[in-house]
Design a binder for this molecule. Structure first.
Ligand code: S3P
Length: 447
């Protein structure tokens, strides 16, 4: 535990009641700042997530020469520099905890003839960057990094970036997006082929800003995304939907705490982000999707969630990219469900903000839940009743591990403690007061 750690204790809750709004989508917020920073004119962003990850991206975009401000009406306004117009940052860029911030900005930097230095917190400095260095290197950028492609690293972008035709070795929207961002300054077509479709916020937003992006689903199940290089991006208005990855926490809490009924407004329902809710419905969850609409090219719904018994299911590996950040909270639901829940194709979970597969397996076992952990699979044997709890969970600088176990504490027989709730602010500032307003009993204890 570091000296500024902020421990949490989550105790068994009474029925949750009320209505909440999910905070802005993290993925879309990062992209809105980046595309706004590249566009000509003033982009207005409504509902930007004001979490630390996104605020670090805002700072980085200022360092690259964009004017980024938050007005009193809560709207963020970005005046861009135009594609190819980024200035060289005067100092190191610190992306904090954010893999998305770091990898996407590396793509942006790789297509400009400037040198940028990237670093981050202890979690981000452990994460693999070679997955973006390789394709961006093929486009003409040069990198110097720590051993194993770890931060801190320096990138000198290409003066004349080459368009690329690249097949992703892993399903990663971050790698796809980094290549597309670098492809903006390359002539001709940059093509990214994904083994399985991953979140398509970059594609949707590029189009929203006026770029030409073609998407082709191929017969072999892969998806090819083609960007026409050197577009002129025009400022646009972006309305950021609520983050389904954040809505997941109050939603699962409401499913698990008996007698609960919670409404969650403004949840992004992009099908490439909605795998958790699909899975929960298969488990027998009572979730009504209401008021379907579209905002700035993204589908949005309101959720009405009522508590009820869940059954274990087998989650198909092909669904993993559409719920990759939701396995920790799904595992908490599985721990209370009746029968085993089998989750496969999870290798990527080991290289997130922490090794989430290991953290979930260890934490659940410490709370008295029977689990089987494989290199890329997890089986949680739920018994249809609340787990024992009573453990201290190491958050390891991982917001989603902290929030998932805080939810488990709400139904466990004994309180669940989290050694540090501080990382929650990276994606969900206000998580603890919001959950407590619904009826949770999460206390911030002195370190
Ligand atoms: C993200 C992509 C995913 C996800 C992350 C956000 C994005 O990462 O885990 O939280 O915004 O593109 P990978 O691309 O590494 O799977």
């Amino acid at each position: 535990m570091h000296p500024l750690a902020h421990p949490l204790v989550s105790r068994r809750a009474e029925a949750l009641r009320g209505a909440v709004t999910a905070p802005g989508d993290k993925s879309i917020s990062h992209r809105a700042l980046m595309f706004g920073g590249l566009a000509i004119g003033e982009t207005a962003i409504h509902g930007l997530l004001e979490g630390e990850d996104v605020l670090n991206t805002a700072k980085a975009m200022r360092a690259y020469g964009a004017a980024v401000r938050r007005d009193e009406d809560g709207v963020w306004r970005v005046s861009g520099v135009g594609v190819g117009g980024l200035a060289e940052p005067e100092d190191m860029l610190d992306l904090g905890n954010s893999g998305t911030g770091a990898r996407l900005l590396m793509g942006l930097a790789a297509g400009h003839p400037i040198t940028s230095f990237f670093t981050g917190d202890a979690s981000l400095r452990r994460r693999p960057m070679a997955r973006v260095m390789k394709p961006l290197g093929d486009m003409g950028a040069r990198f110097v990094s720590r051993e194993g492609g770890r931060l801190p690293l320096a990138v000198t972008g290409a003066r004349h970036p080459l368009p690329l035709d690249y097949t992703l070795p892993v399903a990663s929207a971050q790698v796809k997006s980094a290549i597309l961002l670098a492809g903006l300054t390359a002539p001709g077509e940059t093509i990214v082929v994904e083994p399985e479709p991953t979140r398509d916020h970059s594609e949707r937003m590029l189009r929203h800003f006026g770029a030409t992006v073609r998407v082709e689903d191929r017969a072999d199940g892969t998806r090819a995304v083609t960007l026409t290089g050197q577009p002129e991006l025009a400022a646009a208005t972006v309305r950021v939907p609520g983050d389904p990855s954040s809505a997941a926490f109050p939603a699962v809490a409401a499913l698990l705490v008996p007698g609960s009924e919670v409404r969650i407004a403004n949840v992004g329902a992009n099908p490439l982000r909605f795998g958790l809710f699909e899975t929960l419905l298969e488990m027998g969850a009572d979730i009504a999707l209401e008021n379907r609409r579209e905002e700035a090219g993204e589908p949005v719904v309101d959720l009405l969630v009522r508590a009820g018994g869940l059954k274990g299911v087998v989650v198909p590996p092909r669904r993993a990219p559409s719920m990759i950040d939701e396995y920790p909270i799904l595992a908490m639901a599985a721990a209370c469900a009746e029968g085993p829940t089998v989750m496969e194709g999870l290798a990527e979970l080991r290289v997130k903000e922490s090794d989430r597969l290991g953290a979930v397996a260890r934490g659940l076992a410490a709370c008295g839940v029977e689990v089987e952990e494989g290199p890329d699979r997890l089986v949680v044997h739920g018994k249809g009743r609340p787990p024992l709890g009573g453990a201290m969970i190491a958050a390891n600088l991982d917001h989603r591990i902290a929030m998932a176990f805080a939810v488990l504490g709400m139904v466990s027989e004994k309180p669940v403690s989290i050694d540090d709730g501080e990382p929650i602010a990276t994606s969900f500032p206000g998580f603890v007061p919001m959950m407590n307003r619904l009826g949770a009993d999460i206390a911030e204890e002195p370190a």
